[in-house]
Design a protein around this ligand. Sequence first.
Ligand SMILES: NCCC[C@H](NC(=O)CCC(=O)O)C(=O)O
Length: 448
Amino acid sequence: MSALEVNFDGLVGLTHHYAGLSFGNVASTSNKAAVANPKLAALQGLAKMKRLADLGFAQAVLPPHERPQVDLLRRLGFAGSDAQVLAQAARQAPALLSAVGSASAMWTANAATVSPSADTRDGRVHLTVANLNNKFHRASEATTTEAILKAIFADERHFAVHSALPQVAQFGDEGAANHNRLSRQHGEAGVELFVYGRQADGQGVAPNRYPARQTREASEAVIRLHGLSEDNCVLAQQHPEVIDLGVFHNDVIAVSNGPVLFHHQRAFWQTEQTLAELGRKLAAQGTEFVPIMVPDRAVSVSDAVQTYLFNSQLLTRPDGKMLLVVPQECREHAGVWRYLSELVQSGCPIDALEVFDLRESMRNGGGPACLRLRVVLNEAERAAMAPGVLMNDALYGRLTTWVERHYRDRLSAEDLADPQLLEENRRALDELTGILGLGSIYPFQQGA
Ligand SMILES: NCCC[C@H](NC(=O)CCC(=O)O)C(=O)O
């Protein structure tokens, strides 16, 4: 049965703004307080989805979350009507208002970790919602993410959606941003690479300056939940020095597709061991591993962080060759662009580039790969998922009209106190669940 990788992109929410909430993410902290354009951000994301769907790739969309989260402000002691809660928070704790108003759910590579049915013991697709425990504004995504994934992947004969791991630092889990899968074809058994930043038990090396968001203990729990085996998993540590240079997720320094692992020379702590283990386990499945390593002398880690070269999408075309989807920042950097131009001429499996303007998301540290969750699905699984989220001309048309009608083209952190914005969000999202055919997924729709 033919399996496809379906890319689920996050639709940017109405409260997209720059709040400097992510210590360790250089773009986020350096653009703090810049004025954002939520309408443009959503349209840039939709343009990527449309273009990739037009090129023949399976594309779907995940909806934004309700923001600001007034219920969460109430749990933190703010009281009164919704408008009073927002006003008090804006006065007393503006950083908290920003956190509960963040549109960070757009980066769906952090929504969950996904194992295709070809890899799991029970033959179902397993998804574990990420707890995103390292950042308050992100940890609050888990409940709605679970509701959305359960609405889309409701059929328990094909899908198992696991709740987020316990919300403690010990099990800090960032989802697919620290996970890669290698296989000959998407539908065949593969080897899953789990990359952690530190061990919660204090053993081993760890970064000094910036947080390591993913723990080994979290990755091990996901491996157990998904029913993976010793033979089809590799656990590796991200190099602590690159975390300290701003590589807060592994998808800022490596990306896989099919048998290819496109990665920077300094991505992993024990590179040789990691690559050897991947090669051995893939060979046991009859697959030849194709590592493509970018040397430090060609592209430095800081150039990779600045341009998001590795936060690219690597996609297999019907002719078997691969397309690399990169952000515009790569084209604007002479050295990185030279490297890429040579790469596609080199005879390696990657032979084409597609460049997107995702500036609004990039300024918060989210590139093409951050904006999508890869879900490999066979025909029966595609037939069993909710169909309304699959991208096509009609849905693209409806969503762009919806964005044009509901989104503001200018938003700063202060605007989050505007009770009108909360109303705009609820009205728009209520309409959106109708467009996507998802039923009630938001707290405000459930009378909460
Ligand atoms: N995978 C990309 C994630 C980017 C995300 N940025 C943010 O949350 C920045 C939000 C702000 O600062 O307004 C993060 O760091 O988790």
